[in-house]
Design a protein around this ligand. Structure first.
Ligand code: SF4
Length: 246
């Protein structure tokens, strides 16, 4: 299926939501469900971003700058479980390189749990997945990370070190991220799955500590609720989804 252009946000949202609905309906009971849902979201983001940025100036972000990786990252439940799977699958190999990911995640959770976006930025604590300036998760990084891109690396470095700077954030990245993320959340909600946004690190810490969390989420519980971001108005967002899908 070719996604419609985000220049028509309502049509794009509905087409995306129908595609996510189909994936949930067909794969919810299968082991590949989490990966399939995330891959669909990431592919849709990247494909539509390429369309939206064709001929536009390139952003400064090339995967080798961790300047903004001190910001609070929000993620949907499938993205959280995908990251938790990555940590579980790779922790032994990373430990042999001196990278103790579960310890990093627990340390940041103890330090930054419950922080607002501005409080988190003020802490200037790097994301646990940064290693030698690179993101260990890069191909699996959440939509929130993909959708935050800047035209000015120096301005990003200035802003994240507390100085006043215009970070010249890319609007197409923000727009495509918002449309894809909201379409997936709408489909999760329609299927009776927990559809909130969670603080990534806190939610991964929960998932790593509860071997049943993923199964419970697929059955309709919200095992990640303690890491849900507080500035999320489920009633208002749900009403918006209903009107868009009417
Ligand atoms: S997941 Fe990767 S890209 Fe996102 S904040 Fe962490 S290190 Fe940066």
């Amino acid at each position: 299926m070719t996604d419609p252009s985000p220049e028509n946000p309502s049509a794009f949202f509905n087409a995306m939501a129908q595609a996510f609905d189909a994936t949930i309906r067909e794969r919810r009971a299968r082991p590949e469900f989490i990966g399939a849902l995330c891959l669909q979201a990431f592919d849709s983001f990247e494909g539509n971003l390429a369309i939206q940025t064709e001929g536009a100036p390139a952003v400064a972000c090339a995967g080798d700058c961790p300047a903004c990786c001190v910001l609070r990252v929000v993620a949907t439940a499938p993205e959280v479980f995908l990251v938790a799977r990555f940590v579980t699958a790779n922790q032994r190999a990373l430990a042999q390189r001196g990278v103790d990911l579960p310890a990093r995640i627990a340390a940041l959770d103890a330090f930054a749990s419950g922080c607002s976006e501005s409080e988190r930025m003020a802490l200037r604590q790097p994301c646990p997945y940064i290693e030698s300036g690179l993101c260990l998760l890069y191909r699996l990084r959440p939509l929130a990370c993909r959708g935050h891109a800047s035209y000015d690396k120096d301005a990003c470095l200035a802003a994240t070190s507390g100085r006043d700077a215009d970070t010249a954030i890319s609007t197409p990245h923000l727009m495509v991220r918002s449309l894809v993320q909201n379409a997936m959340m709408s489909s999760l909600r329609s299927a009776g799955l927990a559809w909130r946004l969670y603080e990534l690190n806190g939610a991964v810490a929960i998932a790593l500590g509860d071997a049943e969390a993923e199964r419970r989420w697929i059955e309709g519980d919200d095992p990640l609720l303690c890491a849900a971001i507080p500035d999320f108005d489920a009633a208002e967002i749900g009403a918006t989804f209903d009107s868009l899908r009417a």
